[in-house]
Design a protein around this ligand. Structure first.
Ligand SMILES: NC(=O)c1ccc[n+]([C@@H]2O[C@H](COP(=O)([O-])OP(=O)(O)OC[C@H]3O[C@@H](n4cnc5c(N)ncnc54)[C@H](O)[C@@H]3O)[C@@H](O)[C@H]2O)c1
Ligand SMILES: [Fe+2]
Length: 384
């Protein structure tokens, strides 16, 4: 067996209605004044209000204006507020945009200085303030991951922060919070989770039985539950399975990395604001096709283990996995081309810029096959 290291720094708690006890978790972490981070659409759902009721007379400050795919300006603004209010812990209630913002705010708040100094991998070397992540989407895995991404709008790119200290202290998984997520976002975020599972399973450092097991089980759970969660949003069992599957895939990818599909999705998200899950669902079959010759056996194994193929021939079983993903996306009403997801016609300058962003995205380091600029251009052309 190959040597490996596996981390799960986050305590993971799951239960229907669990989020209403978030204040008790803050107390356990010795938090006296929490910074509550969320966004406007979530405030309207009543989810945040219900969680805050549990805080009783505990002190807290709310910032509810995190934008989708948050940015450095928002992080600095929130960090100033939290510093002025002397917050000693953070509660993130939302999807990946809110949770990633909370992680980067935590760097500023704990360590001070200029946020850009900490970007990249392993540039944070000490414990940060306690962070409780309460996901309201089932997709990003940010509630357990050791990475965060926020936009540098001036530079037109997404910045990656990666360190084991970024993993939240506690992930509060409450499926009731995901019931209000509309069908399209349910499907798109679910495909983000599936992309984490598939890319982790084939990433260059994925040789751990721990990550493999998480990838296989989460892929199976997503195939079995995403259609139900999308078409019958009130089905709590399907919502539960999706939320847990997404966290499992999050633990997997944060240990093993992702790949070219994420590098493409980050780039198109940075340039055109395409939702991360939507971008992933469009690029996933193309990325898998591109990687096919390097990892046919792995795709075939995954395909059989999750019940998408009975063929003993690897090339057939692997192709059947890609077909099953295409069908899942179509059944869930997801766009299949960039042009159908609001991306304007790609001019040659756009493709050059996107190719550069993709080639320099840290996710590509973990792809099982080298990607030349020509390969990346080809992927954009096919996905458009
Ligand atoms: N750190 C990581 O490990 C990691 C992994 C993958 C993606 N990401 C990042 O996560 C971000 C995307 O996150 P996301 O897909 O969760 O979307 P999001 O957080 O941007 O949310 C999308 C929209 O859904 C709304 N919403 C969220 N939960 C809802 C609910 N329960 N009911 C109604 N509306 C709800 C939000 O208000 C928002 O308008 C991207 O910035 C991406 O880069 C991070
Ligand atoms: Fe992702």
């Amino acid at each position: 067996m190959n040597p490996f290291v596996f981390h799960v720094p986050t305590k993971i708690a799951f239960g229907e209605g669990l989020a209403s006890g978030t204040a008790d978790i803050v107390k356990e972490l010795a938090g006296n004044r929490a910074l509550i981070l969320t966004d406007k659409p979530l405030m309207k759902t009543g989810i945040v209000e219900q969680i805050l009721m549990g805080f009783g007379d505990m002190k807290y400050v709310v910032f509810d204006d995190v934008p989708p795919d948050s940015d450095v300006d928002c992080v600095n603004k929130v960090a100033d507020l939290a510093r002025a209010e002397e917050c000693d812990c953070i509660v993130a209630i939302g999807g990946g945009s809110v949770m990633d913002t909370a992680k980067v705010v935590n760097i500023c708040l704990t360590l001070g200085g200029e946020i850009l100094e900490y970007q990249g991998l392993n540039n944070i070397a000490e414990q940060l303030l306690p962070l409780v992540a309460v996901p309201t989407t089932a997709g990003t895995g940010s509630e357990v991951s050791m990475v965060a991404m926020v936009k540098d709008r001036a530079e037109g790119k997404k910045l990656l922060f990666g360190s084991r200290y970024l993993a939240p202290s506690v992930a509060v998984l409450d499926p009731l919070l995901t019931v209000s997520l509309p069908p399209k976002l349910t499907a798109a975020t679910g495909l983000d989770a599936l992309t984490h599972a598939v890319e982790s399973y084939t990433a260059v450092i994925s040789n751990s039985v721990f990550t493999d097991s998480l990838c296989i089980d989460s892929t199976k759970m997503i195939f079995e539950n995403l259609r139900i969660a999308t078409n019958d949003g009130g089905n709590i069992e399907a919502r539960s399975q999706m939320l847990v599957a997404s966290t499992m895939a999050g633990v997997a990818f944060t240990n093993s990395g992702v790949g070219v599909v994420h590098a493409l999705a980050h780039s198109v998200g940075a340039k055109f604001g395409t939702h991360h899950g939507i971008a992933n669902c469009i690029f996933l079959p193309h990325g898998m096709q591109f990687n096919m010759d390097a990892v046919t056996e792995r795709y075939a194994k995954l395909s059989r283990l999750v019940g998408m193929s009975t063929s003993s021939k690897d090339s057939v079983a692997a192709a059947e996995l890609i077909e099953a993903i295409e069908k899942l996306c179509t059944d869930c009403g997801l766009p299949r081309r960039l042009r159908d997801a609001g991306v304007p016609e790609l001019k040659s300058d756009d493709i050059e810029e996107l190719t550069f962003l993709t080639g320099s995205d840290p996710a590509i380091m973990f792809n099982p096959k080298e990607c030349s600029p020509e390969d990346i251009k080809g992927l954009y052309e096919r996905a458009y």
